[in-house]
Design a protein around this ligand. Sequence first.
Ligand code: IMP
Length: 427
Amino acid sequence: MPAIAIIGAQWGDEGKGKATDLLGSRVDYVVKFNGGNNAGHTVVVGDEKYALHLLPSGILTPGCTPVIGNGVVVDLAVLFHELEDLEARGVDTGRLRVSANAHVIADYNRTLDKVTERFLGSRRIGTTGRGIGPTYADKMNRIGIRIQDIFDEKILRQKVEGVLDLKAQVLTKIYNRRPATVDETVDELLAFADRLAPMVCDTGLLLNQALDRGETVLLEAGQATLLDVDHGTYPFVTSSSATSGGACTGSGIPPTRLGQVIGIVKAYTTRVGEGPFPTELHDDAGEHLRKVGAEYGTTTGRPRRCGWYDAVIARYAARVNGVTDFVLTKLDVLTGLERVPVCVAYDVDGTRHDEMPVNQSDFHHAVPIYEHLDGWWEDISGARTFEDLPANAQRYVEAVEAMSGARISAVGVGPSRAATVVRHELI
Ligand code: IMP
């Protein structure tokens, strides 16, 4: 059984948690391979609603082993807070495994994230302020602290001393902030060691052995294609690899073992933070999508920017990730519109672009070229087969599929796990 990756095809918040959860009972391992607690999955199971930031959504599926891979940056206080919260609600979290090679978000990186954004002013990225970018920067600069360092106090102290030497200069001299001391930082991290120890292992080995046994491994992306540090709208991106290539480097599973890539795409588009967004709406239509779709950040509570479906970025995501199946989410939010615009290409200074423009500045002032599809009025939340959908909703799905570069195998018609139309079984 090959591994399966689930990735976001837009700017995040496409509903990956629900899609993962949909497959959950047939999956043995769910792996988070990138990002940290900047993510936000909302999963509804029965009457219970769970907002997960750091933990893979597989934690909610009995029998499934959730894994935090080497590509993740871990805020340990958040990790244990989330675990305690779930345990208090009766969720068994004992199977969680954490990579010894994952990096740790330290206090100085949370501070640096916030002060840098303030310093940038109008040039800010609009980060979640959780220390994600500075922690990945430390990883690339080879001054990061890894999970395994916490189990060797001498090494931990040496590394913290080295990195704080540098960070203290920056924080005090540039930002006028007093950083935590070496002792405070070391003690904060060591405090987690006993609870962390049973979870830590070589997760790459664990996952490859599971695949050898024929078990199913699901790799679940945080953020999304257009927020990927290489393939997204740089610099308005996150600092990790959120695409299917990142699924391999962030987990230790080789590309040759990846059999399926499921792209999650919302029936319209949203984005939080700064950066270009061609189909963004600044009028009542945008407000309508935000209200009906409850488009407020799971992690930060920020109102999301809303716009119509953009087939150019869907095609781009299909190509960059090698998407084999799309899951189209939140189709129900479009119910009640007379006509539904879909962006099929961009106009950049009078030139038509069917693909993403090469230069970011062209993307910044790309004007969407819309096709207007007929809307539907019927409540679709009870639909369970494609034929249950009204004719115009079916046509919307088929039209979007034809433009987006991969088949649409499932359609979300409401927030609950059951509210899904499955056209092709995903596994
Ligand atoms: P960072 O990941 O906190 O560094 O933020 C970088 C950019 O990615 C900002 O525009 C964030 O709003 C965005 N971002 C980070 N995580 C998510 C997510 O889970 N969903 C949507 N946007 C996100």
